[in-house]
Design a protein around this ligand. Structure first.
Ligand code: COA
Length: 175
């Protein structure tokens, strides 16, 4: 399948107006996880990210919680095609990293480079904030996700229970 001609694709921070479509997409991919993974028992977790869009926590509260949530949206010709939800850990209490909590592309937009574009945008944002690595977790039977992260340079190890934990060092941002 051909990859995107860039002008159609816009990566931007999520807005409150996106909440309903992002929640729907989250539930679509949760159903896919549940169909694939016999032991899948996670509950949908996007709502706290959406709540932070509605009322961003004060900086002191972010520091005390040692994390900051963010959501990026991929838009194609003005329509939401996918999103990426991430959590920055805030040093000095935690190592300087971004954790990719969720990445989801609408089924009819997959395999066109949008997931990778979201990932690269999240990494660039993290590097600009001084983070040194990006990490994620993937269910073991999620071949598409593992393939995308591996193609993007992530190295995976299998944790106890079979879950796959991946990470990639980030190049320092250039000024
Ligand atoms: C995983 C996911 C985000 C990938 O997004 P995407 O936009 O389709 O990925 P890309 O087009 O950027 O793919 C980049 C590369 O990853 C690999 N890849 C992606 N999907 C693949 C698949 N289904 N099978 C094999 N390789 C795949 C390929 O190497 C691909 O490059 P190519 O198309 O040039 O061969 C998407 O399949 C998705 O939303 N899945 C459901 C939600 C999900 O499982 N999220 C991950 C939670 S951990």
């Amino acid at each position: 399948m051909s990859h995107f001609a860039d002008p159609q694709l816009v990566i931007r921070p999520a807005r409150m107006a996106d909440a309903a479509i992002l929640r729907d997409l989250h539930l679509v991919t949760f159903r896919e996880h549940a169909e694939r993974e016999a032991r899948f028992a996670m509950r949908p977790f996007l709502d706290p990210f959406l709540a932070d869009l509605a009322a961003p926590p004060a900086p002191l509260r972010q520091i005390l919680s040692m994390r900051r949530r963010s959501v990026l949206v991929a838009e194609v010709s003005g329509r939401v095609a996918g999103y990426l939800a991430a959590t920055d850990t805030i040093p000095p209490f935690r190592s300087s990293s971004v954790f990719i909590n969720d990445i989801s592309i609408a089924p009819n937009w997959r395999r066109r480079g949008i997931g990778t574009a979201l990932l690269r945008a999240a990494e660039a944002r993290a590097a600009a904030q001084g983070h040194r690595f990006a990490a994620t977790g993937v269910w073991p039977r999620n071949a598409a996700s593992l393939a995308m992260f591996e193609a993007a340079g992530y190295r995976f190890r299998t944790t106890r229970g079979g879950f796959r934990a991946g990470h990639r060092m980030l190049a320092p941002a250039t000024a």
